[in-house]
Every structure is written in structure tokens, then in C-alpha cells.
Design a protein. Structure first.
Length: 414
């Protein structure tokens, strides 16, 4: 389906909305902080996606590949006559390095970003599936189709959840952490993907994880060079024929170089990070700025590095800001929202979107975040920065419904 019905969240009903989240999305009694696997070193993550995966985004058009998983074939039901409409699934397998010692350290270098968090896994799996019209969990399958009756909604409260194909998304992930999982899974199939964090040491580990799981030429290193380290996807012989996204990764060899990149972005000192992001992705003034800078240096624009050269009409593509479990204390909330609003306003003010996935933990922090999210205003502005919506349970995977929540926001501009 092309449109997804979302639940508007306003300043008037935010308290009721948070209460509903705490009741209906309460985590299991034995739930922990949300670490995916509590161990040092390399862990393996399998993301379940439609085996007919393509980069067609939220349009639900026909898929471009037909790689199916042997695991799925063994589990598939026998045909009872006619052509089976049961969706087939395969797996994206990612190898992710993490450090539990850095996570538990009592020193200043300790960071929650050292570990892979479950919400990143569940969110990534969900976004890859919902882009194909599927909502899944590990044990059951549900096809999202026009047969699902849509509630009657006024046009002013009904929005399209990014009615763009994934291949057009310019993604900025804020607080990516060291795992790089979302970037490794989505990066090859979106237009550009910037994984950001405020710690360079975290970004180095994220970069290592990304380059280990995607074709090397797709990654621009922190030093601004196209990655030269071989990954498991740089040799056709290393492909697993049962990998659901193998054909997409092969096709990515023909895509633009260096479209996945790690960038420093400190929410409390945001200008430098936003300038870097704007230069890479392009903004309404980027072409002019690049030309002026080149002229001042006596250079021709064509001599600029590929990763910084603007060669297309960037503002036509959506800017999608992703945040997965980035809020652990109240102090950071205003800084995160200020940085997100400034990023949207300075890079792609007419076409900026925000998707936030969170684990339901502390009620006070959840309430504080949602209240500030829906009421955020730029300095000297009477207008709120975002139109905020909750993604309804029927469009989430069961894994996300049980202890997690997803919100979408459209940037309204200043």
C-alpha cells in the first residue's frame, strides 16, 4: 500500500499517548536494558527480509530480485492448489564487533554506544519489510494490503510515511553507536547513508563493522577516502546464494562510490557536524557554496573529491533522520531535538523526515522526550518544529510491539 495511517500526537494528548505506550507496549517482566547479545567480540545477526527484496521503498511495487532462502524453503507449507501467495523470506547475515568491557567500564571512555541494542535489529528488520508491504515477526507473517480497512481520517491528519523508494533516501543516523548495523543493512540500498556519533573512537568501530559487511567501494572512510579494505562481498565466490539481499549487494557495485560514510556530529556543538553533513548530502545552497569555495582556492569543481561534489538536485530526495534508542537520560533530550531540527532546517527544509525507535524503559524519560518532541520550537519561533505521529501496532512487527515504539515526524520548517 502507498499510504500508511499514522496516529497524530499533539501537545494536548501527549500525556495520554505516553500512558497508552506504557500500558500496551510494556516490556516483558524479565526484560533487561536491551543489549542484543551480552558478549565481547564478533556477534552474528540475521535479519529476516522478503526474499523478493528490492529497493522499491514504500510504493510496494514488484520486487527486482528472487533470491530465496533454503531455511525458508524447508519451512514453507505444502501447496494446496493454485499458486501460493505466502511471502517467502531470506536472511541478511551481518557480523558485528562490539565491546562489553567498554560498555561496563567506569572510566570516561565508557559508552552505551559500544554495544548492539535490540531495537536497532528489530527496527532495521521492520523497515526493510514494511518497504515491501510486509509486517513480520519471527513466527508469523502478515501481508499488508489494501484489504485492510483504513480508518476514516481527515486529510490534514493523514500523512504518507515517506512515499519515496528506499533508493532515494538520504539517511542521517544520529547516535549510531559502534555497531554500524543499521548502516550496513540500509546503506547499500538507499541513496546516501551517514552514520553519525560524537565519539570518533565509536565511529572508527562503526566504520570497521560497516566495511566488513558491505561492498568496499560503497564506503567513504573517516579520512575522506573511498574504502580500500576488502569485505566478504567483494568476491563473487564469497556470496551465499541463500542470502536474501545478495543480488542487491551485487547491483550496488554499480552504484556511486562512497555513499556510506561515518561523520562526527556532537549534538551539543552541532555546527561543525551539520556543515559536514550539508556538504556531503547537499542543501539548497550547497552547489553555490562548493563553487565559491573552489573559486577561492583556484580549483575547478570537477577536481573536488567525489564524496563532497554535488552532482544532482539533492533537495528532490528526502532527508531521513533515524534515531534508534538514543535517549537514555533527560539531559540529552533538548540537545538531540535541537540538533535534529537544525539538521533538517539547514540540509533539506522542504523535505525532511524523522523516524525514532525506542525501547520502553523509564516512564519519566519517555514522557519528557515525547513532550519535548511534539512541542519543540526553534528559538524565536511560534511554530512547532515537527508534526509527530505514532506508527500503529498493526503496522509494526510483533518484536517492536513487545517493549518498543516507533514515531515518525515531518519537519515543518521555521
Amino acid at each position: 500500500m502507498n499510504t500508511i495511517d499514522l496516529i497524530p500526537v499533539t501537545e494536548d494528548d501527549v500525556q495520554e499517548h505516553v500512558f497508552d505506550i506504557l500500558v500496551t507496549h510494556a516490556p516483558p517482566e524479565k526484560s533487561d536494558l536491551g543489549v542484543y547479545e551480552r558478549k565481547d567480540g564478533i556477534i552474528t545477526v540475521d535479519l529476516r527480509v522478503p526474499s523478493t527484496y528490492s529497493t522499491t521503498g514504500f510504493h510496494g511495487s514488484a520486487a527486482s530480485t528472487s533470491v530465496s532462502s533454503s531455511k525458508t524453503r524447508r519451512k514453507s507449507k505444502k501447496k494446496t492448489g493454485g499458486k501460493s501467495k505466502e511471502p517467502k523470506y531470506g536472511f541478511i547475515q551481518l557480523d558485528i564487533g562490539q565491546s562489553i568491557s567498554l560498555f561496563t567500564s567506569s572510566t570516561e571512555s565508557s559508552t552505551t554506544g559500544a554495544m548492539l541494542w535490540r531495537v536497532s535489529v528489530f527496527f532495521t528488520e521492520w523497515i526493510l519489510n514494511v518497504s515491501q508491504g510486509h509486517v513480520i515477526d519471527r513466527f508469523q507473517e502478515q501481508q499488508v494490503s489494501e484489504k485492510i480497512e483504513e480508518p476514516k481520517m481527515d486529510e490534514d491528519v493523514k500523512v504518507r510515511l515517506l512515499n519515496y523508494p528506499l533508493e532515494e533516501w538520504d539517511v542521517v543516523e544520529v547516535g549510531c553507536g559502534a555497531s554500524g548495523l543499521v548502516a550496513a543493512a540500509l546503506g547499500p540500498v538507499v541513496h546516501k547513508y551517514l552514520a553519525t556519533d560524537h565519539l570518533k573512537s565509536v565511529l572508527r568501530q562503526a566504520e570497521n563493522n560497516i566495511v566488513a559487511n558491505v561492498p568496499r567501494r560503497l564506503v567513504t572512510t573517516l579520512d575522506g577516502e573511498v574504502n580500500a579494505v576488502e569485505s566478504k562481498f567483494d568476491n563473487n565466490d564469497d556470496y551465499d546464494d541463500d542470502d536474501a539481499i545478495a543480488a542487491v549487494y551485487r547491483a550496488a557495485r554499480k552504484e556511486q562510490e562512497g555513499k556510506i560514510q561515518c561523520v562526527e556530529f556532537d549534538w551539543e556543538d552541532m555546527d561543525s557536524g551539520i556543515n559536514s553533513i550539508s556538504k556531503i548530502l547537499g542543501s539548497e545552497n550547497s552547489n553555490l557554496n562548493v563553487q565559491l569555495e573552489a573559486e577561492l582556492q583556484g580549483l575547478n569543481v570537477k577536481d573536488e573529491p567525489k564524496s563532497t561534489r554535488i552532482t544532482e538536485k539533492s533537495e528532490d530526495k528526502p532527508l531521513v533522520v533515524l534515531a534508534c534508542d538514543t535517549v537514555f537520560n533527560e539531559y540529552l533530550i533538548p540537545h538531540l531535538l535541537d540538533a535534529t531540527a537544525s539538521l533538517c532546517g539547514r540540509v533539506r527544509p522542504q523535505n525532511a523526515h524523522v523516524i525514532v525507535a525506542q525501547q520502553v524503559r523509564d516512564p519519566q524519560i519517555m514522557t519528557s522526550f515525547m513532550e519535548q518532541f511534539v512541542s519543540h520550537r526553534a528559538e524565536d519561533s511560534d511554530q512547532t518544529s515537527f508534526e509527530v505521529y505514532a506508527v500503529p501496532d498493526r503496522l509494526l512487527s510483533q518484536a517492536l510491539v513487545n517493549g518498543y515504539t516507533v514515531h515518525y515526524a515531518r519537519y515543518k520548517g521555521i
